[in-house]
Structures are given as C-alpha cells and as structure tokens.
Design a protein around this ligand. Structure first.
Ligand code: IMP
Length: 220
C-alpha cells in the first residue's frame, strides 16, 4: 500500500493565532496554529474513506481508541465511518474499545510506555482491529502497543494516526493510515496535551516557551 498523507513542511511557520478562535486562557501560550480544525476534519473524512474501502467485511472490526490524545480523532473518524457504513452497498460491523497509555512527561518521551487503563481486550481475538492514535513520534508507544495487542490473537491489526512526526529519533515504525506528516515540534490541541493542558483547544497548534514554562511539570 502506498502511503498517502498531507506533508506539513519544516519551514511552514503556521497561521497567526489572532486569525482563529482561541480560548482566552491560552492566547499567550501558543506560537501559531499549524493545522486548523476544519482541515483536520477534511483529511479525516478522506482517511475514513480509505479505511472503509479496504475493510474486510467478513469479520467484525474493533475500533480501538488510544486515550486520551486520540479521542477527538477517534470521534470524528468514527463519525465518517458510520456515515459510509449507513450509505454504501457494503458495510462492516464496528465495535468500540478504549485503551489508556502513558509515556510522556512535559514534551519528552520517557521511553517507559505503560497501559494505565481501558477495556478488557480479550474479545479482540479473531477480529480486525483498527487502532486509532493521535500522534506517532518516536514510534515506541505504538510498537509496544502492537506487541500487547498481538497477544490477544486478532485476525488483523491496522493503525490510523492523525499525525506522524519527522524526527531523527524515530524507530522506523509507520502506521497504515496517516493524516499529516509534521515537523519535529511539540503540538497541542484537538485533544493533544502538554501535561493534560490544551486538550480544550480546537486547532492543532505549536506551544511556545511561555506555555511550556507555565504548564511544565516544574512550574508552580
Ligand atoms: P512515541 O512513543 O514517541 O511515538 O510517542 C507517542 C505518544 O507521545 C503519543 O501518543 C502522544 O501521547 C505523545 N506525544 C508525542 N509527541 C507529541 C506532541 O507533539 N504533542 C502531544 N503529545 C505527543
């Protein structure tokens, strides 16, 4: 399968934040808007179509949301998949599951990926699993998650990630479906967080140094 994604170039400086609706409490903490929410939705609709076209209808599909960062993308992707399911000549039974992982403190991967909650995964056995993630950075989280999921003997596993970072720290892992390939910057908004802040921001933005200092784990 050839991979298709929107490439955000390294020299793209983003859009000024005063051209978008930004919550007042974050106005000082952002460098720029890098992917407006409308663009995210347009791209998500197309990813849903690509997934739907290659779905194996002979077996049910379990859509697995990686919490918390993946919940917005999951919600919007499932919305488009449900529309396709309801309006096409073919359809596929979808179930919904959640898993919660933790690997980051501030803007640094700890390299220590932990499953800290979620559904009982034993019923993934024999199903096609569609993992829905917000962002692949080094790829270590997804590599670890795939090893965990394989223990439950699914029929197949595909991964859709809204974002993939271009970073020299990548372990080489690439998901099956990619929304945007992005520069090596820490992004927030559309459910992506910095220490649990900024999930309540609609657009995908770059955090500035003031934001990192204000919401960093060493602040107070
Ligand atoms: P990886 O293991 O380095 O690929 O990191 C993946 C996880 O780190 C994602 O699921 C996110 O939770 C988090 N992460 C990595 N980069 C960012 C970012 O730029 N913004 C917000 N979270 C990030």
């Amino acid at each position: 399968m050839t991979q298709c994604f929107v490439k955000i170039p390294d020299d793209f400086s983003g859009y000024p934040i005063d051209q978008f609706c930004i919550p007042k409490h974050y106005e000082q903490d952002l460098e720029s808007v890098i992917i407006p929410k409308g663009f995210v939705l347009d791209r998500t609709e197309r990813i849903a179509r690509d997934i739907f076209e290659s779905l194996d209808q002979s077996k049910p599909t379990a859509a697995l949301c990686v919490l918390k960062g993946g919940y917005q993308f999951f919600n919007d992707l499932l919305h488009y998949l449900r529309q396709l399911n309801a309006n096409s000549n073919k359809s596929c039974q979808l179930s919904i599951d959640f898993i919660r992982l933790k690997s980051y403190t501030d803007d640094q991967s700890t390299g220590n990926v932990k499953v800290i909650g979620g559904d009982d995964l034993s019923h993934l056995s024999g199903k096609n699993v569609l993992v829905v993630e917000d962002i692949i950075d080094t790829g270590r989280t997804m590599t670890k998650l795939l090893a965990i999921l394989n223990q439950y003997n699914p029929h197949s596993i595909k991964v859709a990630s809204l974002l993939v970072k271009r970073t020299k720290l990548s372990c080489g892992y690439r998901p099956d479906y990619i929304g945007f390939e992005i520069p090596d910057k820490f992004l927030i908004g559309y459910a992506l967080d910095f220490n649990e802040y900024f999930r309540d921001l609609n657009h995908i933005c770059v955090i500035n140094e003031e934001g990192k200092a204000k919401y960093g784990s060493n602040s107070n």
